[in-house]
Design a protein around this ligand. Structure first.
Ligand code: PMP
Length: 361
């Protein structure tokens, strides 16, 4: 029997087997259509229904039906670093940003092209191993928005709480969307690339509170305006149909697992296995992130030397534990344990870590 592979890639990332299998079953002949969804017109009733249902499922899991719209766009989360300031920082407005890693640094850089940007905090001098005390930051009362990244994929930090601001709160949740129970109603916009917890690359989900649509820059090209995208149900042009269909299956899968409470429990159990192994290794493994801010999605740790790190990656791969190498800017190991990573994957990783430490101490 072929060895079971556990894929710890940070994104594109592991998808549930049942979702891949359903996609395979339906790929050639979409139910009721007679041919593949890949060949279907986005103006036809099947695709229109896929979009309407996927929007409904996403908003429902977030508890935002009625107050928000879900848009399915292209250009990745990176495009949102551009599109959000384009829509909301016109006419001399300014946005507050909290810099907790590479993805907020990039957003800050892009934001500066369009308007004022105030950086309230930067974790750079601590190599982004810690999140700020949000109650101590000085927020701008007239900011067009306040920007956070809920989970910092590269450095392995994740917020437990969010800024209590009256200004619109914007959240890049690319790498921890729908990974736990959360009050989503605090966000004016929450967005991400789908390729971690919600499906394949090529589709970007953007959940926008309805009142924000009236604040969009009216002079933008239609394709860049959230208002026009909402009015056209994300079909200003030919949308990423297959990605949205697959996202719909991912949302069904989350519901089948028992919804966010069950997903959270599972994610907590998986991360605990790996973090406990790090903490009980007598210093062989080191987790650079302060404990209170540890991410349940991206577990970052280092080994005593580069040589041992390389050996770890190689031997892990031979055991079926793949894509564990840390981001080039951090080094070490990064185990991405998104929703679809089974508990068994983390059990196997933890036991591999124990054995590797024993042999290499
Ligand atoms: N934000 C976060 C938190 C990310 O992890 C990533 C990708 N890893 C991005 C933004 C950029 O996403 P994309 O490649 O879809 O533009």
């Amino acid at each position: 029997m072929a060895q079971e592979i556990f894929n710890f890639n940070p994104g594109p990332a592991v998808l549930p087997k049942s979702v891949i299998e359903k996609t395979q079953r339906e790929l050639g002949n979409y139910p009721g259509l007679g041919y593949s969804l890949l060949e279907a017109s986005h103006r036809g009733k099947h695709v229109v229904e896929v979009f309407a249902q996927t929007e409904k499922k996403l908003l429902s899991l977030m508890g935002l039906e009625g107050t928000h719209r879900a848009l399915f766009l292209q250009g990745g989360a990176t495009m949102q670093f551009v599109q959000i300031p384009m829509n909301f920082l016109f006419g001399g407005k300014s946005g507050d940003y909290i810099d907790t890693g590479m993805w907020t640094s990039k957003a800050i850089k892009e934001g500066k092209r369009y308007g004022g940007v105030k950086v309230l905090y930067s974790g750079k001098d601590k190599n982004y191993t810690e999140l700020p005390d949000l109650s101590k930051l000085v927020y701008s009362p007239d900011a067009a928005y306040t920007w956070v990244c809920s989970n910092n994929t590269i450095f392995g930090t994740q917020y437990r709480t969010f800024p209590a601001v009256n200004t619109p709160l914007i959240c890049d949740a690319s790498s921890d969307v729908l990974s736990k129970v959360m009050d989503h109603s605090k966000f004016a916009i929450i967005f991400g690339g789908a390729q971690k917890n919600l499906g394949p690359s090529g589709v970007t989900w953007v959940v926008v509170r309805k009142d924000m649509l009236d604040k969009c820059n009216p002079d933008l090209p239609e394709i860049l305006s959230y208002k026009s995208q909402a009015e056209n149900d994300s079909m200003v042009n030919t949308p990423p149909v297959f990605g949205v269909y697959l996202m719909g299956l991912m949302l069904d899968w989350i519901t089948e697992q028992g919804g966010l409470p069950a997903i959270e429990k599972h994610n907590n159990a998986k991360a605990a296995l790996v973090y406990d192994t790090i903490d009980q290794s007598g210093g062989f493994y080191h987790g650079p992130v302060v404990k209170k801010d540890r991410s349940l999605m991206n577990i970052v740790f280092t080994l005593p030397s580069e040589e041992k790190t390389n050996a770890f990656v190689k031997e892990a791969e031979a055991s079926g534990l793949v894509n564990l190498k840390g981001h080039r800017s951090v080094g070490g190991i990064r185990a991405s344990t998104y929703n679809a990573m089974p508990l068994k994957g983390c059990e196997k990783l933890a036991s591999f870590m124990v054995d590797f430490a024993k042999k290499n101490k």
